[in-house]
Design a protein around this ligand. Structure first.
Ligand SMILES: [Zn+2]
Length: 462
């Protein structure tokens, strides 16, 4: 299948409703967008004379908005979704069961698993994703390259973590020996992949993120050294934090302090830091997040699936904390559907804080501009001249929206959306008429299902 050229001019024509999420007047009827060289050149309001372009995307009858930003995922976990042995488990039990299966994964498994996750994200409106990859069985670093190569052809804008685990069970951590590495191995390889892959330019399609897995699976040394490396190279930093009550107890017992205090001690409270979850944080910790400009990746489905709790996102937003959304690992969500995640975020916050505590527009803002801020990107998240052209559209004539058109932006969080009608990333059309143009899906799905079944057999869990 021929890849779409990235650098020609493109006109998104006559969107019934254009939600730019840029400034107070961000809803335009019958507007068009001119894209040139991957960048948004002009927004053409209703009645403008439309220029010619090399390629036209007809957006008539569509809601058009910025692509969604996914701030936390584990692509490899598409290999272990919906396992009956773990369908009803909480986090630590779930991890102990799954580590032994993940240890049997091959780089070829990961290559396909990454493409599967990316495909599901793309069809559900995601245009940028951060993937937290941290399992390197038997110290084999080529897994990292397999994931880069698996994702690249899909067209997804991508932040890949060089994750790590360095504290095995014999040293008081949770993972088995076969998936942990030494601090030196981790840091050397992190520097290597930053040099090889990290692109911090405008419109970058790949950035690298040091990302020790969690306080209960790494040493204090790797946390400190990762933070130092992020400062030195101007990178973001990522980890899981304050996800469950068990983690809080672990930190109290092992370090004599709460998870956020521990991260402060090891030099992580900074604007580079992106913490996944942060369910178990108190008001003082929320204020510290705001003061240090830390970013939070909120993962509502995963938190519900594992019974972890409800993150205090409304108080975080009120305190000025940067918040983005994450679908989290496919094995703790069993789905990589970004639009569903927007809906879950809205509904779950209302369970805890009431119907008027978070608006439809708040949920959409978190999923776009909020995510961009968390990833420290000022080139995506809104539709405005000078921004990278990451744009999605949904057809408002679909069954799920029938009778729901009084406020088109509301259909995304409030109604059912299976997939986007089109998606443009960096000026390249990746999804058109609801079909992914960059991946041969039936072949990929068949191979991935074969890989997943073989993985379970190797791990003795079939
Ligand atoms: Zn996670």
């Amino acid at each position: 299948m021929a890849p779409e050229a990235e650098n020609k001019s493109l006109l998104v024509r006559n969107a019934a409703c254009l939600l730019t999420l840029d400034g107070p007047d961000d809803l335009l009827p019958n507007a068009s967008i001119l894209i040139s060289g991957g960048t948004i050149e002009r927004i053409l309001p209703e009645g403008s004379e439309l220029p010619t372009a090399d390629r036209i995307v007809d957006a008539e009858g569509h809601l058009v908005l910025p692509g969604l930003v996914n701030c936390h995922h584990h692509f490899y976990q598409t290999l272990t979704r919906n396992l009956p042995g773990m369908a009803n488990a909480k986090l630590f039990d779930w991890l102990l069961y799954l580590y032994d299966i993940w240890a049997e994964m091959t780089p070829e498994d990961l290559f396909d698993a990454s493409a599967v996750a990316a495909a599901e994200l793309l069809l559900s409106g995601c245009t940028t994703a951060l993937d937290h990859f941290y399992v390197f069985p038997h110290g084999e670093n080529s897994y990292f390259d397999a994931e880069v190569e698996g994702v690249r052809p899909t067209g997804l804008r991508f932040h890949l973590t060089r994750g790590s685990m360095s504290l095995s069970r014999k040293d008081g951590g949770l993972p088995p020996d076969s998936v942990v590495q030494t601090d030196r191995e981790i840091l050397d390889h992190t520097r290597e992949v930053v040099a090889r892959y990290h692109d911090d330019s405008f419109g970058s399609m790949l950035r690298i993120v040091p990302a020790p897995c969690s306080p209960f699976s790494v040493t204090e040394g790797i946390l400190r050294e990762s933070a130092a490396l992020a400062r030195e190279k101007n990178l973001t930093l990522h980890t899981h934090l304050a996800e469950t009550e068990d983690e809080e107890k672990f930190c109290q017992e092992k370090f004599g302090m709460r998870p956020v205090d521990y991260m402060e001690k090891v030099g992580w409270l900074s604007e580079n830091a992106i913490f996944a979850h942060s369910v178990w944080v108190n008001q003082d910790e929320i204020h510290r997040y705001a003061r240090h400009r830390c970013g939070i990746a909120h993962c509502p489905t995963s938190n519900m699936r594992l019974g972890s709790g409800i993150a205090p996102i409304v108080p975080m937003l009120r305190a000025g904390v940067k918040v983005g959304l994450g679908v989290d690992g496919s094995a703790s969500n069993d789905s990589s559907h970004m639009i569903q995640e927007v809906r879950q975020a809205l509904l779950l916050q209302r369970v805890r804080y009431g119907a008027d505590a978070i608006s439809v527009r708040d949920a959409l803002r978190i999923a776009t501009k909020g995510g961009a801020e968390v990833l420290l990107r000022d080139d995506i998240g809104v539709i405005a001249p000078g921004y990278a052209a990451d744009i999605i559209g949904v057809d408002l004539k679909r069954l799920g929206y029938a009778g729901a058109l009084a406020d088109p932006p509301g259909v995304l969080p409030l109604c059912h959306t299976d997939r986007v009608s089109f998606s443009i990333i960096n000026g390249r059309v990746v999804v058109e008429k609801g079909e992914l143009l960059t991946v041969d899906l039936p072949t990929l799905i068949e191979r991935h299902n074969g890989n997943a079944a073989a993985l379970l057999r190797r791990a003795g869990k079939a």
